[in-house]
Design a binder for this molecule. Structure first.
Ligand SMILES: [Cu+2]
Length: 161
């Protein structure tokens, strides 16, 4: 009896692992069938007209050459810059970057506390639920235009101006 129960537990555990594996496999397939330099999970933090804000996303390089993000343009801000956040002596600073490398077959995450796209001088309020359009310029791959939803996150506010 006890043996039986233990077996059942192991069986259900197997199914769980199997399910997670399948999910991972689907994610891999979804990514493997992507093309070019592909943006994933893009979002921009809500902000008011005249303020600055940041765009975050993951860039996956499906091409067979190393590439780099070298510029961004958008019509919702006066300027868009590539930045890297760094903490020095407990002070968060943001250093402009000329490029963000995206190695072939690899991906780079632009996320809070690291690389991000800074939008400077917003021409209008960005409210949760809005969408903006940005165009990414790469060293090799042709320009990619991305629709970016406006979101908010309480914890992001504390870690980034
Ligand atoms: Cu910044």
């Amino acid at each position: 009896m006890k043996e039986e129960r233990r077996k059942k537990k192991v069986e259900s555990g197997k199914w769980k692992v199997g399910g997670i594996f399948l999910l991972m496999l689907f994610t891999l397939i979804a990514c493997a069938t992507g093309e070019g330099v592909e943006p994933h999970e893009a979002w921009v933090r809500s902000a008011k007209q005249g303020e600055i804000t940041a765009v975050y996303l993951i860039l996956h390089n499906h091409t067979n050459v190393d590439d780099a993000l070298i510029g961004v343009s958008t019509d919702v801000a006066e300027a868009a810059e590539l930045h890297l956040s760094e903490v020095n002596n407990d002070v968060m600073t943001m250093a402009p970057q000329e490029r963000i490398e995206i190695p072939t077959g690899g991906e780079v995450a632009l996320e809070s506390g690291g690389y991000h796209i800074m939008l400077i001088g917003l021409k209008k309020d960005l409210q949760i639920g809005d969408e903006i359009t940005i165009t990414l310029n790469f060293e090799n791959y042709p320009d990619v235009t991305v629709t970016v939803p406006v979101k908010d996150s309480a914890e992001e506010h504390q870690s980034h101006p």
